[in-house]
Write a protein that binds this ligand. Sequence first.
Ligand code: ADE
Ligand code: ZN
Ligand code: ZN
Length: 237
Amino acid sequence: WSKTGHRVTGHIAEKHLTRKARKAVDDLLDGHSLAFASTFADEIKADRSFSMFSPWHYVNYPLNLRYEDSEKSKFGDVVMGIENCKRILTDKTSSKENKVFYLKMLIHLIGDMHQPMHASRGDDRGGNDIQIQWFDEGTNLHRLWDSNLINSYGMTYYELGDELEGSVAKKEIRILQAGTIYDWVDETHQLAAEVYDSIRVGEKLRFKYAYKYNDMLFKQLQKGGFRLAKVLNEIFS
Ligand code: ADE
Ligand code: ZN
Ligand code: ZN
């Protein structure tokens, strides 16, 4: 996702932390919000000394396979990235500085894992090589899902986050939080197949596309938020 998607994810998770997780997160983030911390992993991309973390934002594998049955990248991927963050955050010997870094990384990666084009296929670099039009603007399938669709609502992250958080019943939250990161990545990967089928190369997309896919978009942002809270609650309980 781009900034708004990540902040929406953080904003939704914020309201679902246990007391213990709340305290640990406040301590590590120096009182800043999850939304504020959520974009850190993209900000450090400009610094080449952090380039080893770039493959952690996504995973590519054949659309007919499950993650666990696919060939893994030796550079890491979003699943390995999340596992690494969890390991460092639960290791009593980790320094506070490391915990701060990997917490900010984790908040971001749980979000990215729910963007269909971040659990996609390698041939087209997660849709980056598939050119399309969004109204009168040239874009690609990856960017359409990172930002064009979200931005078309013209809402701030806290408006969209409040809207998406507030419209889910308690019982439904538990259902969205079920499963492991291995289930979640395969679920996103299945949606990637739908997204690839949703367009023709060079096609000009308008509101009709947003209307058709807004349920999927909103559901993915909600899952990212509620599941981020679950992961943090497990780490800090
Ligand atoms: N580069 C290669 N594959 C990618 C993906 N799925 N998402 C983002 N960047 C990528
Ligand atoms: Zn992206
Ligand atoms: Zn990212």
